[in-house]
Design a protein around this ligand. Sequence first.
Ligand code: NAP
Length: 248
Amino acid sequence: MFKLDGKVAIITGGSRGIGAACAEAMAEQGAHVVVNYVRGEDKAREVAERIIAKGGKAEIAGFDVADSEATEKAIEGIAKKHGRLDIMVANAGIAIDGLLLRLKDEDLQKLFDTNVRGALACARAATRPMMKARTGRIIFVSSVIGEMGNVGQTAYAATKAALLGITKSIAREYASRNVTVNAIAPGFIETDMTHGMNDAMKEYVLKNIPLARVGTAKEVAAAALYLASDEAAYVTGQVLRVNGGMYV
Ligand code: NAP
């Protein structure tokens, strides 16, 4: 089950956290993974080296998803080099938190450029080779916050909610080409992104998770692996929640 032998997968933001776990999980199942990063070349290289050391196939690719021209060019190049692109995990994302009254336009811009326009550019570039091949998997990494909102995360929630509308629309647009499009909505996952949270916030979040613990990047990667697999061929336009019951 969930074998990805011979498939090529691009994971944006694959240098750390959830993206790195997705890259490792997919490589373990036989995919050739392209580990994208924007600043963390060393970390991306470490991920690729770990995969290769275990007998897997990986390479790194630096591009800023907020730069849609560079992103589309890079993805086109990867698809051309390998003669295929089977899986696109649009995972790269940033969080800038703050109450609405303190929300700056420039932060809003940064968030939308990376989390929304970036993910869209990835999907747009990926659908071209996928449409031709009449098969493909696009997976967006949204968030529980996009579904339930949170104090101090209005802008972030807006970007993550946008991904859900995008998922459902693209799923309808490309279903006839056998390209499935789904989103994962992780809850509170232990990564660099959540390390910065203060203790009071962490305590509050934990109280609201029925499984009473934070999740791991591996647990999110397992969901991505499923959606990328042949076994998920009849699943499209869906939101797979990996949140410990935080939002049901
Ligand atoms: P993380 O540990 O902060 O890692 C973020 C990743 O995104 C890094 O690999 C980073 O690359 C990359 N990245 C950021 N901006 C980029 C850009 N402009 N272009 C290319 N890559 C970029 O975050 P994470 O917790 O793993 O989160 C991954 C995704 O899951 C995000 O979309 C996040 O919103 C979502 N999510 C996370 C949680 C959570 O609790 N952690 C919950 C729900 C959803 P560099 O290393 O090069 O900086």
